[in-house]
Design a protein around this ligand. Structure first.
Ligand SMILES: CC(C)(COP(=O)(O)OP(=O)(O)OC[C@H]1O[C@@H](n2cnc3c(N)ncnc32)[C@H](O)[C@@H]1OP(=O)(O)O)[C@@H](O)C(=O)NCCC(=O)NCCS
Length: 153
């Protein structure tokens, strides 16, 4: 049976933190558990709406997630409207190329529509070819490529 895609709830926190740590290993699973506390409860990050969608097997195991929020603007998008933004997108390796990523993204786009969005945006690292192929396959057009910098003040 194909996995169900649904909004994450409080009881998903530990499993979801593990998936987030697989995508964003710069933070520990414990840090992800802490960060998820507020997100799952308030469905916001800072002042902006942000939700976690999960793909769940019949057994209750979570095998993917997509974090989607609103941004006031995104490169290449019409500045008059807030934009639905894919902040994180991950499917466990053993379950890739089975349409789960597609299902998660479709649910994220549906959510963004309910928020009044008329555009979605996302990003991928320059070296992440799989992510770029997947975005393109699902209707996302490349806007530009950039290098980010920082400096401590
Ligand atoms: C990107 C990711 C979420 C896609 O999940 P997935 O469940 O494998 O995606 P799907 O099976 O729904 O595939 C959707 C489309 O992407 C394309 N695609 C997926 N994997 C691909 C690959 N390895 N090579 C080329 N195209 C691929 C396919 O064209 C597919 O369309 P199709 O079904 O019409 O063939 C998954 O590869 C992943 O978790 N990667 C590691 C984390 C990551 O890079 N996340 C993105 C960060 S920006």
């Amino acid at each position: 049976m194909s996995p169900v895609v649904r909004l994450a709830r409080e009881g998903d926190r530990e499993q979801l933190a593990g998936l987030r740590a697989a995508l964003w290993p710069e933070s520990s699973t414990e840090d992800h558990v802490k960060e998820l506390l507020g997100i799952l409860e308030r469905k916001t990050f800072g002042t902006m709406p942000l939700i976690e969608l999960v793909a769940e097997e019949r057994s209750g195991r979570l095998i993917g997630f997509l974090e989607v929020g609103l941004r006031s603007h995104a490169d290449g998008c019409e500045p008059a409207h807030a934009v639905g933004y894919v902040e994180g997108w991950y499917v466990v390796e053993s379950h890739r190329k089975q349409g789960i990523g597609r299902k998660l993204l479709a649910a994220a786009e549906d959510w963004a529509r309910t928020q009044g969005c008329v555009e979605m945006a996302s990003d991928a690292l320059v070296g992440n070819d799989v992510s770029q192929r997947a975005h393109e396959a699902l209707g996302y057009a490349e806007v530009d490529r950039c290098v980010r910098y920082r400096k401590t003040l």
